[in-house]
Design a binder for this molecule. Sequence first.
Ligand code: GNR
Ligand code: NI
Length: 169
Amino acid sequence: MALREILVVPHPVLKQVSQPVAVVDDELRTLMDEMLETMYEAPGIGLAAIQVGVPKRVIVMDLARQDEEPQPRFFVNPEILWASEETAPYEEGCLSVPDIYDEVERPAKVKLRYLNYQGEQIEEDAEGLFAVCIQHEMDHLEGVLFIDHLSRLKREQAIKKVKKQVKAA
Ligand code: GNR
Ligand code: NI
């Protein structure tokens, strides 16, 4: 199984809109397996295909704690069917914006529809960290990063800091 390279800001591919998947087949499952492995290795709790340079509407996630069994989850062509009026703040981070954390306010609860690893259509309610993470990942599918929800000053400072880290590495 192969690890993929995670793109970081200001890589232009991160701004691309990802395209719907036509069919969940073995080739797509291989991509999802490699994304999951890359996410675990990072480590992170979610990863969108665009973060490894693939503009497909595919997300992997595992919200299990260290002391729990892994709970890998796969979302293909996810849609938000409903979002609560109520919002909640959360201190977010992103593997494509390493070592930057800031508070983002999003709907507290959402209702989702997506295809799973087997290509079955699922409808599911999300709240708490699951709601935060799926909305963060679905932003990636539209070329949007969590820093795009911050002030221009904070966003530019974040990108500058990442560029500096990359140069020093
Ligand atoms: O690993 C991740 N942690 C995280 C923490 C708070 C809110 C969102 C996230 S997602 C992030 C991995 C990532 O960049 N996914 O796109
Ligand atoms: Ni991210």
